[in-house]
Design a protein around this ligand. Sequence first.
Ligand code: UD1
Ligand code: CA
Length: 426
Amino acid sequence: MENIITVIMAAGKGTRMKTNKSKVVHKIYGKELVTRVVDLAERIGSDEIVAVVGHQKESVEEVLKGRVKFVEQKELLGTGHALMQAVPYLEGKKGKVVILYGDVPLIREDTLRKLINKSETESEYATLLTAIYDNPTGYGRIIRDIDGRVTEIVEEKDATDEQRKIREINSGIYCFDIPELLLAIKEITPNNAQGEYYLTDVIKIMSEKGLKTGALIVEDNTEILGVNDRIQLELLTRVLRMRINTEHMKNGVTIEDSNCTYIYDDVKIGRDTVIHPNTTIKDGVVIGENCEIGPNAYIREGCIIENNAKVGSFVELKKTKVGEGSKVPHLSYMGDCEIGKNVNIGCGTITCNYDGAEKHKTKIGDDSFIGSNVNLVAPVNVGKNVVVAAGSTITDDVPDNALSIARQRQLNKEGWSIKNKKTKKK
Ligand code: UD1
Ligand code: CA
């Protein structure tokens, strides 16, 4: 494959977000919009990634530093002007440049690969990603000639009434041949309704030169959704949620209510596992087959849940391994904990993993039974086949096969209440 340089436009203002930082550093599912775009650029094998920053650039630089090259667009004079800032990274290069937007994070890797592939196999100098919209208002319209070849993109504000009826719109995502793009952007002028340098003008410039241009129509329009306000931010979160949940369901996971099941990126879940509502599963968690999770479970980063395990209601887990067949059925916090196989963790049991300065580990051996409302003060090791009495506060290691009771003996003072109540009445 040829050299690929990806340019990410992220200089825009985001006025409607009403934010003190760049809109592209707002998060969906815990990850900044622009970080998702950079992830994507890396996954398609970009040799270089250039981010065009401007408005609130410090916030963008902070989240992307070390991963991309930055160029600054000091004045927002349009998408063509934005790309001009990246010219130093394109000059003298052969191959393709892919244009992405910092606020359009849900494009599928597969779609971009198809776009690049189309530009290569069909020898196109510009390949656009387009979509068919029922209501195309506001978008650039795709003009094709009688043979269906793309000849031009006309912005809404510059379009004739006839052109406004066109329902094929420009997503703003493209793959260009680098040398020809560099020639074409020199010819862009701001002679249009908005007085901007339109990147879209390069299509007309190229096609008038006789250079082949084409378009790939995206199958799933949600891929090209962008974020301009917090309502769209929520919409994209919802789209991503459904996309991730659908993938798990296709793989044999039962999700009782997809609307309130929040599975973050790169989670693995085995077959026949059932996820009850109001469950959150953070990035990278691994869950085995035939497990039961939730309702109201919060499984944070670094957790591994093995086959046939149960993590029930109001249970929070962090950096915890739940061994095969083990159960944490209700009201527990297990952090930095390694739970063996066939362990039962009683209701209300918690690990006290943090001493105010550092986190410490708890280990619980196979076949152990931890009674209700036990505090496991880490670092602590509970052996195999142990029984810990309910209400215990375990500060010392427990050997295999032991019963551990760490609470005060109960004292019953007979007749105390009658006497005490009488004294009070006097
Ligand atoms: C652009 C396209 C339009 C397309 C639409 C898709 C042009 C002229 N028009 O519209 O055909 O349908 O995207 O959403 O390209 N940006 C900068 N610097 C600038 C201007 C924009 O970095 O000077 C960034 C913005 O932050 C944003 C992206 O470019 O991420 C698109 O800008 P926006 O103003 O939303 O797009 P339009 O120009 O309206
Ligand atoms: Ca408790």
